[in-house]
Design a binder for this molecule. Structure first.
Ligand code: FES
Length: 112
């Protein structure tokens, strides 16, 4: 199984390499993750990142992820929820573009 690299724009954050098909929420599931995760099921928006595909194509967001992205990053085509992203190619992640202003993240309820 091929592996892909994950590069980060955050200073002093070394690249990672994970097998293709790895969900980022699993591959980065440690206290040292450069991406903060919250709910890990695409509701809280904590893991909002901007992703650039380096040598292939990303899988598109599903309808649920698109709904949440429309709340947190409307019109931002490179925005993704890292917890919903599965590695399909090497990528560069910018996790510092979005900051939560001293408030708890909104929780998206797809049932409402
Ligand atoms: S961790 Fe909550 S949306 Fe990704």
């Amino acid at each position: 199984m091929p592996s892909h690299q994950i590069h980060f724009t955050k200073p002093n954050t070394p690249p990672m390499e994970l097998p293709e098909g790895t969900p980022l929420a699993e591959g980065m599931d440690s206290s040292a993750s450069p991406i903060p995760f919250g709910c890990k099921d695409g509701r809280c928006g904590t893991c909002l990142v901007w992703v650039e595909a380096l040598d292939g194509a990303l899988s598109p967001p599903n309808d649920h992820e698109r709904d949440v992205l429309d709340i947190y990053a409307p019109g931002e085509s490179a925005a993704r929820l890292a917890c919903q992203l599965t590695l399909t190619c090497s990528i560069r992640i910018d996790s510092d573009r979005w900051t939560v202003p001293n408030q708890a993240p909104l929780v998206h309820d797809p049932e409402s």
